[in-house]
Design a protein around this ligand. Structure first.
Ligand code: ADP
Length: 366
């Protein structure tokens, strides 16, 4: 008979693992958390000091081996997270993304990144509703919350379940008919994590590679806001079909959205278009439309920047409420006019992907 695997057994196996410089093992150092045990598959996270990121892969392998060697364990998977109190204020050296050595990851037929120049513009709300609208077109869709600094998918989806492990991979949570994954499902919401360059890359790489995305037509990736390391890694590691930029009217004319565009252009990722969020406000009392930020110059701006304008989403109470209650409007109120607005954008994205396919590679016959 197989002996039962317990957290204590996992912890005692992990007590045999330590960083070379460290006096104590990773368990007694308080680095291990989030142990999940499911039918012989074990998952856990190890907090790493960002300064030691270069030793992290070896440590991870060792930790997984130790747990795998326990009787009754079918698989062991460690997720690395950054140390809560980074012991160094020195920036860790940037490691170059090594896309030339590793082939790009392609977890779906189409991988689409949703980006914004800065936070708070409604990028995540837009990403989830677009993903749901694409799903309503009859496709298998996943969404990956790559915003490791401030994961919002647990809030937007209204779930804080822990994912299970199968065959050394994380199983995405099935929520509202989407395959979903977020670092927020793995780390405790109240633990502030500080991520440094190489850690970010390793976390994102794992989210693409070590998640059991299954038969996806489309994977929507909700990028962290801005145009830093994480975004660049993704663009280089994932085989992106294209990127969508979410912007509010007032940012569109500003530098933020342009920076995002330029980053994608630099790494040759096609820009599928710009979505203007919080585009206008419909007064709930009188029903009249107000252009709160500026009069819809988005289309003109998009033309100036030579990108497609995919549409505008109003600033609306129903969107905020459903989004913050974890009941995305496209899933819960598909007949709402705002849901239709998301659907129309999803259709344009799909058309744009189709036309990419139709263009195909040029064949030259000599
Ligand atoms: P980001 O991902 O850009 O940081 P979020 O999607 O988390 O932004 O949205 C920030 C806040 O704005 C949330 O409270 C969300 O409910 C709200 N929000 C987003 N889009 C809209 C909209 N079109 N109308 C009203 N509220 C919105």
């Amino acid at each position: 008979m197989q002996s039962e695997i317990t957290s204590e057994k996992v912890r005692s196996a992990l007590r045999q693992v330590k960083f070379p410089h460290s006096k104590d093992n990773i368990v007694d150092d308080g680095d291990v958390s989030g142990i999940v045990i499911k039918d012989g598959h074990i998952g856990f996270s190890i907090e790493i000091d960002p300064a030691l990121a270069n030793q992290s892969d070896e440590l991870r392998r060792k930790a997984e081996d130790m747990v795998s060697s326990l009787s009754g364990v079918l698989s062991a998977t460690a997720i690395l997270t950054a140390h809560k109190t980074a012991s160094t204020s020195q920036p860790t050296p940037r490691s170059k993304p090594d896309s030339h050595r590793n082939p790009p990851l392609k977890p779906a037929k189409h991988v689409i990144a949703v980006a914004s120049g800065k936070g708070g513009v409604g990028k995540s709300t837009t990403a989830i509703n677009i993903a749901l609208a694409v799903k309503q077109m009859g496709l298998l869709v996943g969404i990956l919350d790559a915003d490791i600094y401030g994961p919002s998918l647990p809030r937007l989806l209204g779930t804080s379940r822990k994912p299970e492990y199968y065959d050394k991979k994380l199983v995405p949570l099935d929520v509202w008919g989407l395959q979903t994954m977020s670092i927020g499902f793995l780390v405790e919401p109240e633990s502030p994590t500080i991520w440094r360059g190489p850690m970010v890359m390793s976390a994102i790489e794992q989210m693409l590679r070590d998640v059991l995305w299954t038969d996806l037509d489309v994977l929507v990736i909700d990028l962290p806001p801005g145009t830093g390391d994480a975004q660049l890694t993704l663009c280089q590691r994932a085989s992106l079909s294209g990127a969508v930029i979410v912007s509010t009217p007032q940012d569109l004319a500003l530098i933020d959205a342009r920076k995002g565009l330029n980053m994608f252009r630099k790494v040759d990722v096609p820009i599928l278009g710009i979505i203007e969020n919080m585009s206008y406000f419909i007064c709930p009392d009188c029903g009249s439309r107000h252009d709160v930020f500026s009069t819809g110059g988005a289309e003109k701006e998009a033309a100036k920047l030579d990108v497609a304008f995919l549409g505008g989403i109003p600033l609306d109470m129903a969107i905020r409420q459903t989004s913050d209650a974890g009941e995305p409007i496209v899933a819960t109120q598909p007949e709402n006019p705002h849901s239709k607005a998301y659907s129309s954008i999803a259709q344009k994205i799909s058309d744009s992907l189709e036309s990419q396919k139709a263009e195909g590679p040029a064949i030259i016959i000599e």
